[in-house]
Design a binder for this molecule. Sequence first.
Ligand SMILES: Cc1ncc(C[n+]2csc(CCOP(=O)(O)OP(=O)(O)O)c2C)c(N)n1
Ligand code: SF4
Length: 421
Amino acid sequence: MAGLNSVTVGPPGATVGVIAAGHTYAVVLRALEDMGIDADACGRMGLRLIRLSLPWPLDVAEVRAMTEGLDEVLVIEDKASFIESQVKEALYGQRHAPLVVGKADHEGRPLVPAAGSVDSDTVTRVLARRLPASCLPTSATLRIAALNGRARLVLHAAPVPARAAAFCSGCPHNISTRAADDQLVGLGIGCHVMAGLDPTGRGHQVGMTQMGGEGAQWSGMAPFAGGAHYVQNIGDGTFFHSGSLAVRAAVAAGVDITYKLLYNDAVAMTGGQHAEGRIAVPELTRLLALEGVRRVIVTTPEPRRYRRIPLDPIAEVRHRDELATAMRELEATGGVTVLIHDDQCAAELRRLRRRGSLPEPTSRVWINERVCEAAATAARSRPASRSSPSRPSSAARRQSVRVRATATCPVCGATVRPSSW
Ligand SMILES: Cc1ncc(C[n+]2csc(CCOP(=O)(O)OP(=O)(O)O)c2C)c(N)n1
Ligand code: SF4
């Protein structure tokens, strides 16, 4: 790695050093050029330039050698302090260590901004604050004056309305992530992580891991949790990517855990790709049995799809309305159990319908918001295959879509009727 980080301009007797890496180093050069400071001027000002091409990990001895003899080191970098903290660590406790400034000056005042990217005008302003005015060439003084005299561009943009992330209308995770209030639940990576944004009725959420580590935290927590049971949400994309190893690890650790394997048949959060290495639910039940899982319950809106489809003997099928009962039974089983919630991603369903790969639903529920105050919530909590939150299009009506005259709001229980179209 020798030579990747180097002193590019190193006049004898330099007192101030500027450290920057990559693109930011080029920005520093641009700022110096704008100020009319070339290598000769650096020599007269006692300015040393240090370019990093390997900003992590910084070699401690190299940092010390490159900053030797300086009174001050100015670190110019984008975003949070990354190089600066390494430089400070390398120089801490050294005799005659230079002052290191970057995100803040020696008195804690903001210096190099952490927001946005650092441009040459910003660097010019920073240099103007750190270099003694007496040593600046006239060209630099003029440049700084021009910069300070220039009116800053102020954008008066209308505020962007805030929109919190939420499950799509008809999203299966809306139902599948429900859990009893006292149930310990681990969140996972994928669209279903949004259960954490709307945690009411989705268990007592106590943790989350990286993609593929789902449930691994419980192996460490369980011995201290007084025999508690844990439910871990995991997407099918994640399971086939790496999460199957977490299930295997849970079996090896001998913990009590129920994985809620959210089989929406899409790697939904990243755009609905098909999971590489995906296998269908029947084969999946056999794989889980081989892994040492004790019991599997498959919940689905259409249990009849599983008629005459052989599953592993440890597995059975229930309607998704029985999800809560199924979860209690799995908890009572003990060991590692899995609930596979087989219900397709609503966004993917809509895509398939748009492409003509799936038929349009023949029945829709339209909730009249003038009758049912909870209409919006109700619409969100119904599966897309059965309901639509919006009024059917005229094209849909031309296709003789049967609109149910009444329906029961799943939130408030009121009977709702369509008003005039
Ligand atoms: C190791 C790793 N690779 C990739 C990602 C990016 N990523 C975030 S969510 C996601 C998809 C998860 O899909 P799935 O488990 O099927 O859950 P869904 O979104 O369908 O609910 C991916 C690939 C990541 N977070 N971690
Ligand atoms: S993309 Fe699919 S899984 Fe993700 S929130 Fe929407 S319906 Fe749910």
